[in-house]
Design a protein around this ligand. Structure first.
Ligand SMILES: *Cc1c(COP(=O)(O)O)cnc(C)c1O
Length: 463
């Protein structure tokens, strides 16, 4: 099965071999620390706890399905990224992975900047008090109204994605009597996913301006000529769920080459480069992501080396991790409703959510793991497929996983690493009520995005 690339998700259906999970794990009750948030553990009774609170209590208080987010883990990851990149680089959290006002406040407290890519994300950021100069505004088709709002608010940078936008942003800034700091997003002909990258990828995508054919050089020419713009650098984002740094190496080399061309043509050394996001996390025990300090060192070394070779001063680097910060911090808790064993095949386990709270499995063939959360079990493993309650046979949450064979309706099961691109991509399909996000920290649980209600649905339906 082959699916097209998407910047927010992996496309490794063609890399994973069929029958990936042929052997059950040694211990079905184990919690692999790679895929679980840092404070997650099991209590004496065997139930999973996060931030010191057990899932049975959490389910009673907040219902299921629900996302439980380990706030101290989120903060620790922000801290690790900020610390790894240090004073000479900037970390922008990609808000599209998951954004709420609480998240914006945590980012501020932990010293991170924020990427937004719509008016809605921008308003959330500003409402929660993120200083505008720490916001970067992305998107391949920002509306004029969005551009106006961003310029007026004074965002730190707008990442220009097209020739039309160069003119639109320049015009808007000039009309408002401002000079807008901008970067130009280029497509470098690299496409990276998990363990693979293609250095000669076709620039057949909607984002950015191609390096090929002198397009990016022309964009720089135009941006430098416009009074409303202050061109601060070049931006490149090459893929998602990437483990191998080789794609970044090629991308950085090509961006630095453009910087050298800009210097030769205009006598200007652009001071910044942004290498985007896309750093991978562990969804299952098979995945081995890099730590932020390894990534920082690898990227720093590449850029320094390429700049030395080109005779350029090393520019300020920025990166935009989304998934790598929020992904591992949350799990989704579901209650098992029905169980359908199919002799010799697998057992279908239906939960009270599904593709409305996690579209990634249906959309990208994403892999997840799952455990029995409300208790431990010594029963034999059974090959299971965790499915939702929607009217689609593709409504799959976890395609192949082993669960204990004494699993019963009413048990709680938990799917880890659902912090990124789950709540933010959640839908109301079948008029599902989107689940809450509950932040848990030091024995305190707090709703940061409440559960949708039927009144919410009916309020939009004006009859
Ligand atoms: C989606 C996106 C990111 C974040 O990607 P992750 O895989 O969540 O790290 C960063 N920058 C840009 C431009 C993006 O589109």
């Amino acid at each position: 099965m082959s699916r097209s690339a998407h910047p927010a998700g992996p496309r490794h259906a063609d890399v994973m071999t069929e029958g990936h999970y042929t052997a059950p794990p040694a211990d079905l009750n184990a919690l692999d620390e790679k895929v679980w948030a840092r404070t997650v553990t099991r209590d004496e009774e065997g139930a999973i706890t996060v931030g010191g609170i057990g899932v049975t209590r959490l389910a009673e208080e907040f219902g299921t399905p629900a996302y439980f987010l380990d706030e101290s883990d989120f903060r620790a990851r922000c801290h690790a990224w900020a610390d790894a990149f240090g004073r000479d680089a900037d970390v922008f959290y990609a808000g599209k992975a998951f954004l709420s006002r609480a998240v914006v406040r945590w980012l501020q407290e932990e010293g991170l900047n924020l990427d937004v890519c719509s008016g809605g994300e921008l308003s959330t950021a500003l409402d929660a008090g993120m200083p505008a100069e720490r916001i970067a505004f992305h998107g391949n088709n920002k509306t004029v109204a969005e551009i106006e709002r961003a310029v007026e608010a004074g965002v730190g940078r707008i990442v220009l994605d097209s020739f039309q936008e160069i003119a639109r942003v320049a015009h808007t800034a000039q009309r408002l009597g401002k000079r807008q700091r901008v970067q130009i997003r280029v497509t470098v002909g690299v496409e990276a996913h998990t363990h693979e990258f293609i250095a000669t990828a076709h620039e057949d995508q909607k984002f950015g301006i191609a390096l090929a054919g002198g397009q990016a050089a022309e964009a720089v020419r135009r941006a430098l000529a416009l009074d409303g713009l202050e061109l601060i650098g070049i931006h490149s984002h090459i893929g998602s769920q990437i483990f191998d740094m080789a794609g970044f190496e090629v991308s950085a080399r090509r961006v630095v080459q453009l910087l050298a061309e800009v210097r030769d043509e205009h006598g200007v050394e652009l001071p910044e480069i942004d290498l985007g996001g896309g750093l991978g996390i562990a969804y299952t025990s098979e995945d081995d992501p890099r730590e932020p300090h390894e990534i920082a060192k690898a990227l720093g070394d590449i850029v320094t080396r390429e700049c030395e070779a080109a005779g350029l001063a090393t520019p300020r680097i920025s990166v935009e991790p989304g998934r790598a910060i929020v992904g591992p911090t949350a799990f989704t808790l579901y209650e098992v409703g029905t169980i359908k064993p199919l002799e010799g095949l697998r057992t279908y386990v239906s939960v009270d959510g599904g593709m409305s709270d996690n579209i990634r499995t249906a959309l990208y063939d994403a892999e997840y793991s799952v455990v029995l959360a409300s208790r431990t079990s010594d029963a034999e493993p059974m090959l299971a497929r965790v499915v939702g309650k929607h009217c689609e046979s593709g409504d799959i949450v976890v395609k192949d996983a082993f669960l204990p064979s004494d699993l019963a309706p009413g048990d709680l099961i938990a799917v880890p690493a659902t912090g990124a691109y789950c709540r933010s991509m959640a839908s109301n399909y079948n008029h599902a009520l989107r689940p809450p996000v509950v932040a848990v920290r030091d024995g305190q649980a707090r709703v940061i995005v409440r559960r949708e209600t039927e009144e919410d649905l009916l309020r939009l339906d004006v009859g």
